[in-house]
Structure formats: structure tokens, C-alpha cells
Design a protein around this ligand. Structure first.
Ligand SMILES: *Cc1c(COP(=O)(O)O)cnc(C)c1O
Length: 356
């Protein structure tokens, strides 16, 4: 492999002088702050005082405390952590840092998470699709390697994959990491529900690896919009250079820190969801109109059924929202069920048993 990050970064980003915020120039914790045109008056909203936050001040643009705490949990140094307003921001910034609009391309492996393609389209970047293998939803690594051109800058692998729920074999990912000079972005949004480990330990060996994780799923904090990209110091520096200075607001930083101090709670709720998932799978498999429940390493199940559209409509009438994936290539006839609480899952099953 001939990986060279400098050549991968867009020229305008290489030459960019980033915005320098008052708070990043002046890190003093003491004295008075007349440098950022903030209000001197602390907001009097009850919730900000409950959170013990000075919301009249800009948040830490480097999110250092949060990165340190997250780093301890993940076994990473702060220099290997980038935080985004959801992983969706990290995805968008990867495009903006590495893909020249109207010229470069990325590879995705559908069926997969929709934001990769949307972000590509927003940034006017071509998308090359190398579908997963039918039914087993594994990477077709030979076809992927053939599809790579000199203008291919990013390759997205979602593992466990959304909407299929399965993990992708490490051998295939490794082969791509070994043979691709662009960035391999492995999206681990659902890793906490999986039976296998994160690829984080491989960051040391692969300078072209970027791992995405999020607080939106197992952490139960989709509302605070916080995602992370783990990568080499150099890649993190590029993303940091182009991010909006205060991309993670003070409330989100504080709430994420609180959550990190209660990580055993998250382990507990994750284990409950895993056991609910396995229970729900068995019940679904016994329904006469269900053809197949795909194996899942995530907090959802992809289910193939005789008349997906009609089951979907029936559930909507009964005020149960599920995701209709029946028109998606390789997911024909499938609905995706997010695992809810025990009560919610019982309600879903009760309704499904009354279908027909
Ligand atoms: C839900 C999900 C995310 C989360 O995105 P956020 O912006 O962090 O909420 C990322 N990737 C995949 C594959 C997902 O399904």
C-alpha cells in the first residue's frame, strides 16, 4: 500500500487558514472575558441552572474534557478523536475534506445507510455502488477493488450494516484496507449491539482507517446530536481544521459527559435490547406470513414477508411505525423493525398475530 494522506486532502483545504475563535485563542480559565462578544448575563432559564452550565458563554471548541473521558472508555488518545454534530456531520466533513466536487468519487455497498449517498450528492461527488452479496449481505471485495480508480477517495463500510443488521467479515475489510489508498470509513453506529469487537485496535496499523460511532443508538442520546470519528492524528487534524468552530454545543457536551459516567447503565440497557431482539426474532419466525428474519448484530431486525406493503399499512393503521424497505434493492419484501421496550415489542407482536 502507498497511502499518503497529504495527497488525499483537497488543495483548498490544505491551503486553508481555519477560523480562529476567541475561545480557542484564549484558553485562560481566569479573569474576565471581553473577547467573544458574549453576554455577561448568565441565562436565567431553570434548565440551564439544573445543568450547571454557563450558557451565555461559547462552548469549548476542542471538547477536551469530553474527548478525554470518551478516550478513556474507548482506549484512545484525544488526538485520535473527532466529535461531530451527529456522525452525519463527520460524514459530510469527510466529503468536504477529501473529495473534489465534480471530479472525485466514493464507493458504497448497498443496501446500506442512506446518508453516504445523500452527502455525496450534496457535495457533487460521484457514487460508485458495489452491492453486497444477496441474502448474506457480505462485501464483494473483488468487485470493490476493481471499482477503485485514482479518483476514488472514500469507501464506506457499515458494520453492523443498516438496514440488513449483519456484520461484515473482517477478512474482506482487511483486504480493502491493505489495497486502497483512499480512506476506508467503517461505520460502527451499532457496534454496542454486536457480538464482535470494534475495529478501534486496528487504527494503529491502518493510517487509512476511519471509524464512526455515535451516541444516537445504544447510548440513547439521538436528541443531543453527537457522533465521533476515530482515526489517525493527521486525519483528525484535517476534520478539525474545517469543522464549524463550536460544532458541539455546551448542553450536548455536558449531557454526553454525564452519560459517560454512567456507562454501566448503557451496558445494561444494551443487553436488554439484545435479549429482546433475540426473543422477537423467534416469535417473528413463527408467524405464517414471515419468510425470513435475517440474523442481526444491531438493535433492529430485517424481516422478509409475503406482503410487506400490506403488513406495513396494517401497522400504520394501528399506530405502529416501522421502516418499509421493501422497495430497496436486495431487501425486496422486507420491513425493518427497531427493537423497542418489552411492552412495545409485545404490542407489535400482538398486532402482527392479529394480521389477516
Ligand atoms: C443511525 C446511524 C448513524 C447515526 O447518525 P447520527 O448522525 O450520529 O445520529 C450513523 N450511521 C448509521 C449506519 C446509522 O444507522
Amino acid at each position: 500500500m502507498n497511502f499518503d494522506l497529504t495527497n488525499l486532502v483537497r488543495i483548498n483545504v490544505q491551503n486553508l487558514i481555519p477560523y480562529s475563535s476567541a475561545r480557542s485563542e484564549n484558553k485562560k480559565k481566569e479573569g474576565i472575558f471581553l473577547d467573544a462578544n458574549e453576554s455577561p448575563f448568565e441565562s436565567s432559564f431553570t434548565s440551564s441552572s439544573i445543568l450547571n452550565l454557563e450558557l451565555n458563554r461559547y462552548p469549548d471548541p476542542e471538547q477536551l474534557e469530553l474527548k478525554k473521558t470518551l478516550g478513556k472508555l474507548k482506549g484512545l488518545q484525544t488526538k485520535n478523536i473527532f466529535l461531530g454534530n451527529g456522525s452525519d456531520e463527520a460524514i459530510d466533513l469527510l466529503f468536504r475534506a477529501f473529495c473534489n466536487p465534480g471530479k472525485d468519487n466514493v464507493i458504497i455497498c448497498p443496501p446500506t445507510y442512506g446518508m453516504y449517498e445523500v452527502s455525496a450528492n450534496i457535495n457533487d461527488v460521484d457514487v460508485i455502488k458495489v452491492p453486497l452479496t444477496p441474502e448474506t449481505f457480505q462485501l464483494n471485495e473483488q468487485k470493490i477493488l476493481q471499482a477503485i480508480s485514482t479518483n476514488t477517495k472514500l469507501l464506506f463500510i457499515c458494520c453492523p450494516n443498516n438496514p440488513t443488521g449483519n456484520g461484515v467479515k473482517w477478512q474482506a475489510i482487511k483486504q480493502i484496507l491493505d489495497n486502497f489508498n483512499g480512506l476506508v470509513v467503517v461505520d460502527e453506529a451499532y457496534i454496542d449491539f454486536a457480538s464482535y469487537r470494534s475495529l478501534i485496535p486496528n487504527l494503529v496499523k491502518y493510517p487509512n482507517l476511519v471509524i464512526l460511532q455515535t451516541f444516537s443508538k445504544a447510548w440513547g442520546l439521538a436528541g443531543i446530536r453527537l457522533g465521533a470519528a476515530f482515526a489517525s492524528k493527521e486525519i483528525v487534524e484535517v476534520l478539525t481544521k474545517i469543522k464549524p468552530p463550536y460544532n458541539i454545543n455546551a448542553v450536548s457536551q455536558k449531557l454526553a459527559l454525564d452519560a459517560l459516567s454512567l456507562s454501566e447503565e448503557v451496558t445494561k440497557s444494551t443487553n436488554i435490547l439484545i435479549s429482546e431482539r433475540n426473543k422477537l426474532k423467534e416469535v417473528l419466525e413463527r408467524l405464517p406470513f414471515v419468510q425470513k428474519v435475517y440474523p442481526s448484530e444491531a438493535n433492529f431486525l430485517l424481516v422478509k414477508m409475503n406482503d410487506a406493503k400490506s403488513v406495513y399499512d396494517y401497522l400504520v393503521v394501528n399506530k405502529i411505525s416501522v421502516r418499509n424497505r421493501s422497495e430497496v434493492n436486495l431487501c425486496e419484501g422486507c420491513l425493518r423493525f427497531t427493537i423497542g421496550s418489552e411492552d412495545e415489542n409485545i404490542l407489535l407482536i400482538t398486532h402482527l398475530k392479529n394480521y389477516l
